[in-house]
Design a protein around this ligand. Structure first.
Ligand code: AMP
Length: 319
Protein backbone atom coordinates (compact mmCIF):
# COMPACT_ATOMS: atom_id res chain seq x y z
CA UNK A 1 0.00 0.00 0.00
CA UNK A 2 2.78 2.41 0.97
CA UNK A 3 4.64 1.88 -2.33
CA UNK A 4 1.46 2.29 -4.36
CA UNK A 5 0.67 5.56 -2.57
CA UNK A 6 4.19 6.88 -3.27
CA UNK A 7 3.74 6.00 -6.96
CA UNK A 8 0.36 7.71 -7.14
CA UNK A 9 1.79 10.86 -5.55
CA UNK A 10 4.74 10.88 -7.95
CA UNK A 11 2.39 10.48 -10.92
CA UNK A 12 0.39 13.45 -9.62
CA UNK A 13 3.56 15.48 -9.19
CA UNK A 14 4.93 15.14 -12.74
CA UNK A 15 3.67 16.72 -15.96
CA UNK A 16 5.46 14.25 -18.24
CA UNK A 17 5.63 10.52 -17.54
CA UNK A 18 7.52 8.05 -19.72
CA UNK A 19 6.84 4.36 -19.29
CA UNK A 20 9.64 1.93 -20.12
CA UNK A 21 9.84 -1.84 -20.20
CA UNK A 22 12.28 -4.58 -21.23
CA UNK A 23 14.00 -5.68 -24.45
CA UNK A 24 12.07 -8.10 -26.61
CA UNK A 25 8.78 -7.07 -25.02
CA UNK A 26 6.20 -9.73 -24.22
CA UNK A 27 2.51 -9.62 -23.35
CA UNK A 28 3.08 -8.71 -19.71
CA UNK A 29 5.50 -5.96 -20.58
CA UNK A 30 3.02 -4.40 -23.01
CA UNK A 31 0.13 -5.05 -20.62
CA UNK A 32 1.80 -3.17 -17.76
CA UNK A 33 3.01 -0.34 -20.02
CA UNK A 34 -0.24 0.28 -21.90
CA UNK A 35 -2.40 -0.43 -18.85
CA UNK A 36 -0.53 2.20 -16.84
CA UNK A 37 -0.49 4.63 -19.76
CA UNK A 38 -4.27 4.31 -20.11
CA UNK A 39 -4.82 4.91 -16.39
CA UNK A 40 -2.61 8.02 -16.29
CA UNK A 41 -3.92 9.45 -19.58
CA UNK A 42 -7.57 9.11 -18.59
CA UNK A 43 -7.20 10.08 -14.94
CA UNK A 44 -5.02 13.13 -15.62
CA UNK A 45 -5.86 14.34 -19.15
CA UNK A 46 -3.44 17.29 -18.94
CA UNK A 47 -0.38 15.14 -18.39
CA UNK A 48 1.82 13.90 -21.22
CA UNK A 49 2.26 10.11 -21.06
CA UNK A 50 4.38 7.97 -23.36
CA UNK A 51 5.04 4.22 -23.61
CA UNK A 52 8.47 3.73 -25.20
CA UNK A 53 10.80 0.88 -26.14
CA UNK A 54 10.85 -1.96 -28.64
CA UNK A 55 7.82 -3.09 -30.58
CA UNK A 56 6.15 -6.50 -30.43
CA UNK A 57 4.24 -7.96 -33.38
CA UNK A 58 2.67 -10.67 -31.24
CA UNK A 59 0.92 -8.32 -28.81
CA UNK A 60 1.01 -5.21 -31.02
CA UNK A 61 -2.80 -5.14 -30.96
CA UNK A 62 -2.80 -3.79 -27.39
CA UNK A 63 -0.95 -0.55 -28.10
CA UNK A 64 1.49 1.42 -30.23
CA UNK A 65 4.92 2.39 -28.96
CA UNK A 66 5.63 6.15 -28.83
CA UNK A 67 8.75 7.70 -30.36
CA UNK A 68 10.00 10.70 -28.40
CA UNK A 69 13.07 12.95 -28.57
CA UNK A 70 15.62 13.05 -25.74
CA UNK A 71 14.40 16.48 -24.71
CA UNK A 72 11.09 14.98 -23.50
CA UNK A 73 12.95 13.52 -20.53
CA UNK A 74 13.83 16.95 -19.12
CA UNK A 75 12.12 17.21 -15.73
CA UNK A 76 10.10 14.05 -16.46
CA UNK A 77 9.31 10.91 -14.45
CA UNK A 78 10.39 7.52 -15.87
CA UNK A 79 8.46 4.45 -14.76
CA UNK A 80 10.10 1.15 -15.67
CA UNK A 81 7.76 -1.83 -15.56
CA UNK A 82 8.41 -5.59 -15.62
CA UNK A 83 12.20 -5.20 -15.94
CA UNK A 84 14.42 -6.95 -13.40
CA UNK A 85 17.83 -5.61 -14.35
CA UNK A 86 19.21 -2.39 -15.73
CA UNK A 87 20.70 -3.80 -18.93
CA UNK A 88 17.32 -5.20 -20.00
CA UNK A 89 15.61 -1.79 -19.99
CA UNK A 90 14.77 -1.27 -23.63
CA UNK A 91 15.53 2.48 -23.87
CA UNK A 92 18.66 3.71 -22.08
CA UNK A 93 17.23 7.24 -22.06
CA UNK A 94 15.14 6.38 -19.00
CA UNK A 95 18.13 7.66 -16.99
CA UNK A 96 17.64 11.19 -18.32
CA UNK A 97 14.42 11.62 -16.35
CA UNK A 98 14.41 13.57 -13.08
CA UNK A 99 13.25 10.54 -11.09
CA UNK A 100 12.78 6.83 -11.81
CA UNK A 101 10.25 4.36 -10.44
CA UNK A 102 10.51 0.60 -10.85
CA UNK A 103 7.41 -1.64 -10.77
CA UNK A 104 8.26 -5.32 -11.14
CA UNK A 105 7.58 -8.91 -10.11
CA UNK A 106 10.99 -10.51 -10.89
CA UNK A 107 13.52 -11.77 -8.35
CA UNK A 108 16.01 -8.88 -7.84
CA UNK A 109 19.76 -9.33 -8.39
CA UNK A 110 22.79 -6.99 -8.16
CA UNK A 111 21.81 -4.90 -11.19
CA UNK A 112 18.21 -4.49 -10.11
CA UNK A 113 18.59 -1.26 -8.16
CA UNK A 114 18.38 1.33 -10.91
CA UNK A 115 15.51 3.47 -9.62
CA UNK A 116 14.66 6.06 -6.94
CA UNK A 117 11.44 4.33 -5.84
CA UNK A 118 10.55 0.63 -5.92
CA UNK A 119 7.44 -1.48 -5.89
CA UNK A 120 8.68 -5.04 -6.36
CA UNK A 121 6.51 -8.00 -5.44
CA UNK A 122 7.87 -11.39 -6.53
CA UNK A 123 4.68 -13.14 -5.38
CA UNK A 124 2.72 -11.57 -8.22
CA UNK A 125 2.43 -13.76 -11.33
CA UNK A 126 2.46 -10.74 -13.67
CA UNK A 127 3.36 -7.09 -13.62
CA UNK A 128 0.05 -6.35 -15.35
CA UNK A 129 -1.74 -7.70 -12.28
CA UNK A 130 0.24 -5.20 -10.16
CA UNK A 131 -0.94 -2.33 -12.38
CA UNK A 132 -4.52 -3.63 -12.21
CA UNK A 133 -4.21 -3.72 -8.39
CA UNK A 134 -2.81 -0.19 -8.45
CA UNK A 135 -5.91 0.95 -10.33
CA UNK A 136 -8.20 -1.07 -8.05
CA UNK A 137 -6.67 0.42 -4.88
CA UNK A 138 -7.23 4.01 -5.99
CA UNK A 139 -10.19 3.53 -8.31
CA UNK A 140 -12.14 6.33 -6.61
CA UNK A 141 -9.69 8.83 -8.04
CA UNK A 142 -8.43 6.98 -11.15
CA UNK A 143 -9.99 6.19 -14.52
CA UNK A 144 -9.42 3.16 -16.73
CA UNK A 145 -10.87 2.46 -20.19
CA UNK A 146 -11.32 -0.61 -22.39
CA UNK A 147 -7.89 -0.14 -24.05
CA UNK A 148 -6.00 -0.31 -20.75
CA UNK A 149 -8.16 -3.17 -19.48
CA UNK A 150 -7.48 -5.16 -22.67
CA UNK A 151 -3.72 -4.57 -22.33
CA UNK A 152 -3.62 -5.72 -18.71
CA UNK A 153 -5.86 -8.72 -19.36
CA UNK A 154 -3.50 -9.81 -22.18
CA UNK A 155 -0.55 -9.33 -19.80
CA UNK A 156 -2.15 -11.45 -17.08
CA UNK A 157 -3.17 -14.22 -19.51
CA UNK A 158 0.22 -14.44 -21.26
CA UNK A 159 2.43 -14.33 -18.14
CA UNK A 160 0.37 -16.95 -16.31
CA UNK A 161 0.17 -19.28 -19.32
CA UNK A 162 -3.61 -18.81 -19.26
CA UNK A 163 -3.96 -18.90 -15.42
CA UNK A 164 -1.99 -22.15 -15.18
CA UNK A 165 1.25 -21.18 -13.41
CA UNK A 166 2.07 -21.07 -9.70
CA UNK A 167 1.48 -17.63 -8.29
CA UNK A 168 -2.02 -17.45 -9.74
CA UNK A 169 -4.42 -16.96 -6.86
CA UNK A 170 -7.77 -15.51 -5.99
CA UNK A 171 -6.47 -11.98 -6.53
CA UNK A 172 -5.33 -12.84 -10.09
CA UNK A 173 -8.82 -14.00 -11.00
CA UNK A 174 -10.39 -11.03 -9.23
CA UNK A 175 -8.26 -8.62 -11.23
CA UNK A 176 -8.97 -10.48 -14.49
CA UNK A 177 -12.69 -10.33 -13.65
CA UNK A 178 -12.49 -6.63 -12.97
CA UNK A 179 -10.83 -6.09 -16.38
CA UNK A 180 -13.52 -8.13 -18.15
CA UNK A 181 -16.07 -5.68 -16.76
CA UNK A 182 -14.54 -3.10 -19.13
CA UNK A 183 -15.73 -5.15 -22.11
CA UNK A 184 -12.71 -7.35 -22.85
CA UNK A 185 -13.77 -10.32 -25.00
CA UNK A 186 -11.95 -13.47 -23.82
CA UNK A 187 -12.51 -15.40 -27.06
CA UNK A 188 -11.22 -12.54 -29.20
CA UNK A 189 -8.09 -12.30 -27.04
CA UNK A 190 -7.56 -16.05 -27.28
CA UNK A 191 -7.81 -16.02 -31.09
CA UNK A 192 -5.34 -13.13 -31.33
CA UNK A 193 -2.86 -14.88 -29.05
CA UNK A 194 -3.16 -18.42 -30.36
CA UNK A 195 -3.26 -18.03 -34.15
CA UNK A 196 0.00 -19.26 -35.72
CA UNK A 197 1.51 -19.08 -39.18
CA UNK A 198 2.01 -22.29 -41.13
CA UNK A 199 5.79 -21.98 -40.65
CA UNK A 200 5.35 -21.68 -36.87
CA UNK A 201 3.35 -24.90 -36.84
CA UNK A 202 5.88 -26.68 -39.06
CA UNK A 203 8.85 -25.65 -36.93
CA UNK A 204 7.08 -27.05 -33.86
CA UNK A 205 6.94 -30.40 -35.67
CA UNK A 206 10.64 -30.10 -36.45
CA UNK A 207 11.47 -29.30 -32.81
CA UNK A 208 9.48 -32.29 -31.56
CA UNK A 209 11.31 -34.61 -33.96
CA UNK A 210 14.78 -33.23 -33.25
CA UNK A 211 15.13 -32.01 -29.67
CA UNK A 212 17.88 -33.36 -27.42
CA UNK A 213 17.48 -34.92 -23.98
CA UNK A 214 19.61 -35.85 -20.99
CA UNK A 215 19.16 -38.75 -18.56
CA UNK A 216 18.77 -36.25 -15.74
CA UNK A 217 15.57 -34.86 -17.27
CA UNK A 218 16.58 -31.86 -19.38
CA UNK A 219 15.00 -31.45 -22.83
CA UNK A 220 16.40 -28.77 -25.15
CA UNK A 221 16.56 -27.56 -28.71
CA UNK A 222 19.13 -25.53 -30.63
CA UNK A 223 17.20 -22.90 -32.55
CA UNK A 224 20.01 -22.14 -35.00
CA UNK A 225 20.03 -19.19 -37.39
CA UNK A 226 19.68 -21.72 -40.20
CA UNK A 227 16.40 -23.08 -38.79
CA UNK A 228 15.06 -19.59 -38.15
CA UNK A 229 15.78 -18.73 -41.80
CA UNK A 230 14.37 -21.98 -43.16
CA UNK A 231 11.03 -21.41 -41.39
CA UNK A 232 11.03 -17.60 -41.90
CA UNK A 233 10.78 -16.96 -38.17
CA UNK A 234 11.14 -13.55 -36.59
CA UNK A 235 13.09 -13.56 -33.34
CA UNK A 236 9.76 -13.28 -31.50
CA UNK A 237 8.30 -16.29 -33.34
CA UNK A 238 11.46 -18.34 -32.76
CA UNK A 239 11.37 -17.47 -29.05
CA UNK A 240 7.71 -18.42 -28.70
CA UNK A 241 8.44 -22.05 -29.57
CA UNK A 242 9.89 -22.69 -26.09
CA UNK A 243 6.50 -24.03 -24.97
CA UNK A 244 6.77 -26.86 -27.53
CA UNK A 245 8.92 -28.82 -25.06
CA UNK A 246 6.68 -28.23 -22.03
CA UNK A 247 5.19 -31.08 -20.05
CA UNK A 248 7.11 -34.09 -21.39
CA UNK A 249 7.01 -36.88 -18.79
CA UNK A 250 10.43 -37.31 -17.15
CA UNK A 251 11.70 -33.93 -18.42
CA UNK A 252 10.80 -31.31 -15.81
CA UNK A 253 13.28 -28.79 -17.22
CA UNK A 254 13.42 -27.64 -20.81
CA UNK A 255 15.08 -24.88 -22.81
CA UNK A 256 15.44 -23.24 -26.16
CA UNK A 257 18.88 -22.00 -27.25
CA UNK A 258 18.22 -19.23 -29.77
CA UNK A 259 21.18 -18.26 -31.94
CA UNK A 260 21.65 -14.68 -33.13
CA UNK A 261 24.64 -12.84 -34.66
CA UNK A 262 26.46 -12.21 -31.39
CA UNK A 263 25.04 -14.57 -28.76
CA UNK A 264 22.87 -17.55 -27.94
CA UNK A 265 19.89 -16.63 -25.80
CA UNK A 266 18.53 -19.25 -23.45
CA UNK A 267 14.86 -19.49 -22.55
CA UNK A 268 14.77 -21.87 -19.61
CA UNK A 269 11.61 -23.37 -18.12
CA UNK A 270 10.68 -25.86 -15.41
CA UNK A 271 7.58 -27.47 -14.02
CA UNK A 272 9.49 -28.84 -11.02
CA UNK A 273 12.90 -27.71 -9.79
CA UNK A 274 13.90 -24.10 -9.32
CA UNK A 275 16.17 -23.09 -12.24
CA UNK A 276 16.78 -19.37 -11.70
CA UNK A 277 20.00 -20.10 -9.76
CA UNK A 278 21.52 -21.77 -12.85
CA UNK A 279 20.37 -18.96 -15.16
CA UNK A 280 22.09 -16.48 -12.85
CA UNK A 281 25.44 -18.16 -13.53
CA UNK A 282 25.01 -17.36 -17.25
CA UNK A 283 24.20 -13.63 -17.14
CA UNK A 284 20.56 -14.36 -16.55
CA UNK A 285 17.76 -14.51 -14.05
CA UNK A 286 14.00 -14.20 -13.87
CA UNK A 287 11.69 -16.43 -11.87
CA UNK A 288 12.10 -19.77 -10.07
CA UNK A 289 10.54 -21.69 -12.97
CA UNK A 290 10.93 -19.35 -15.95
CA UNK A 291 14.28 -17.71 -16.51
CA UNK A 292 16.46 -16.37 -19.29
CA UNK A 293 20.24 -16.42 -19.75
CA UNK A 294 22.97 -16.06 -22.38
CA UNK A 295 25.85 -17.97 -23.95
CA UNK A 296 28.51 -16.39 -26.14
CA UNK A 297 28.07 -19.21 -28.65
CA UNK A 298 27.05 -22.88 -28.90
CA UNK A 299 30.61 -23.71 -27.73
CA UNK A 300 29.38 -23.03 -24.18
CA UNK A 301 26.31 -25.23 -24.52
CA UNK A 302 27.91 -28.41 -23.16
CA UNK A 303 28.97 -26.59 -19.99
CA UNK A 304 25.46 -25.24 -19.50
CA UNK A 305 23.86 -28.67 -20.04
CA UNK A 306 26.35 -30.15 -17.54
CA UNK A 307 25.39 -27.52 -14.96
CA UNK A 308 21.68 -28.16 -15.43
CA UNK A 309 22.25 -31.91 -15.11
CA UNK A 310 24.22 -31.42 -11.87
CA UNK A 311 21.50 -29.15 -10.59
CA UNK A 312 18.82 -31.73 -11.44
CA UNK A 313 20.78 -34.48 -9.66
CA UNK A 314 21.08 -32.30 -6.55
CA UNK A 315 17.49 -31.17 -6.53
CA UNK A 316 15.82 -34.00 -4.72
CA UNK A 317 12.32 -32.66 -4.29
CA UNK A 318 10.53 -30.68 -6.96
CA UNK A 319 9.06 -27.38 -5.79
P1 AMP B 1 12.28 -15.30 -21.22
O1 AMP B 1 12.68 -16.69 -21.43
O2 AMP B 1 13.08 -14.33 -22.02
O3 AMP B 1 10.80 -15.11 -21.33
O4 AMP B 1 12.62 -14.97 -19.70
C1 AMP B 1 11.97 -15.60 -18.64
C2 AMP B 1 11.96 -14.67 -17.45
O5 AMP B 1 13.29 -14.37 -17.05
C3 AMP B 1 11.31 -13.35 -17.79
O6 AMP B 1 10.53 -12.95 -16.69
C4 AMP B 1 12.47 -12.42 -18.04
O7 AMP B 1 12.14 -11.11 -17.70
C5 AMP B 1 13.58 -12.99 -17.17
N1 AMP B 1 14.87 -12.85 -17.86
C6 AMP B 1 15.17 -13.23 -19.12
N2 AMP B 1 16.47 -12.98 -19.42
C7 AMP B 1 17.01 -12.42 -18.32
C8 AMP B 1 18.31 -11.93 -17.99
N3 AMP B 1 19.32 -11.99 -18.87
N4 AMP B 1 18.50 -11.43 -16.75
C9 AMP B 1 17.49 -11.37 -15.85
N5 AMP B 1 16.24 -11.83 -16.11
C10 AMP B 1 15.99 -12.35 -17.29
Amino acid sequence: MKEKKVILNKIKEYETIIIHAHNRPDGDCYGAQFGLKDIIKNSFPNKKVYAVGEESDYVGFVGKIDKIPESTYEGALSIVVDTAVEDRISEPNYKLAKEIIKIDHHIPSENSYYADYYWVDTDKPSCSQMIAEFYDTFKKELKLTYAGALAMYVGIVTDTGGFRYRGVDRKTHEMAGMLLDFGVDVAEVDIKLSTKSLDEVKVKGYILMNFEQTEEGFAYFRMTKEIQEKYNLTNEEASATVSTLAGIEGYPVWALFIESDNEVRIRLRSNGPEIESVAKRYEGGGHAQAAGAKLKSYDELDAFVKDINEHLKNTKKPL
